[in-house]
Structures are given as C-alpha cells and as structure tokens.
Design a protein around this ligand. Sequence first.
Ligand SMILES: [Zn+2]
Length: 145
Amino acid sequence: MKKCINCGADNKNENSFCSICGGKEFSEPYSSDTAPVQPVPPPAQPPVQPVPPHIQKKPFSFFDVLTILGFVSSIVGLWGVGFVLEPIGVLASLLGFFKGSRYKGLAAAGIVIAVIAFIIRLFMTLYDNNVLGRWAVDGILFYNH
Ligand SMILES: [Zn+2]
C-alpha cells in the first residue's frame, strides 16, 4: 500500500493515480499487515532475596541446653542418684521437647529413658523395703529360683 500525498488515502502499489483524488504523488510503499510492533520487554524477574543465615537455622535457646542436660541426667541417673536425676531428666527433657527448637529426638530419648529408669528404680526400692515381692521385680532373663 502507499498513501496519496495530496489527500492521504490508501492506494494500491500498482496505482498510478490516487483512486480518490487522482493525485500522482504517493508516499513510499508500505506493507499494510506489518504495523510496527513494539518489542515486548521480557517479564521482569522478581529479585531473589537471599535468606539471611541467622534465620535459616533456629537460634540455640535455653531450652536446647535443657534438652542436653535432661538427656545427660537421665543417663547418669542409671548409675546413681536415680531418684533425683531421673525426675530431673524427665522435666528437663519435656521442657526441651516442647519449648526447644532443636534436638527433639534427643529430648524424646531422654524422656523415655528417664521414665523407664525411674519406674524400674521405684520397683527395686519397693522390693528392697519388702513392699513388693519378687513377682513385681523379676524379669524373664537370669531368673534365679
Ligand atoms: Zn489522493
């Protein structure tokens, strides 16, 4: 297509005279179906914020210390002072399990070990004081008649 200089009408390229006004001067031929297209900018990528290292890991808290102390207490209590150390182990491990942010497995182990050790120790003490008979404390291994 080309535009008539005189009246601005669109004319076919092969026209020698404007079909509207009969003028002879035309603009440079152009293609009618290729209007200049604005290049589409690529979608802007949202900037990736790097996660600061201090919130990638939860902070080491007082209750995490309690978890370790509770586990150690429950283990040491197996050898002595069980009536004191095992309850401490249970309480410290419970606090560490529910309030701490780390060592959940260690806290759970401390709870289980301390509770079992305390119950066994309790039964042994009751047996030693003739409160319970052997039926209450004997296991199935190394059973002596
Ligand atoms: Zn014209």
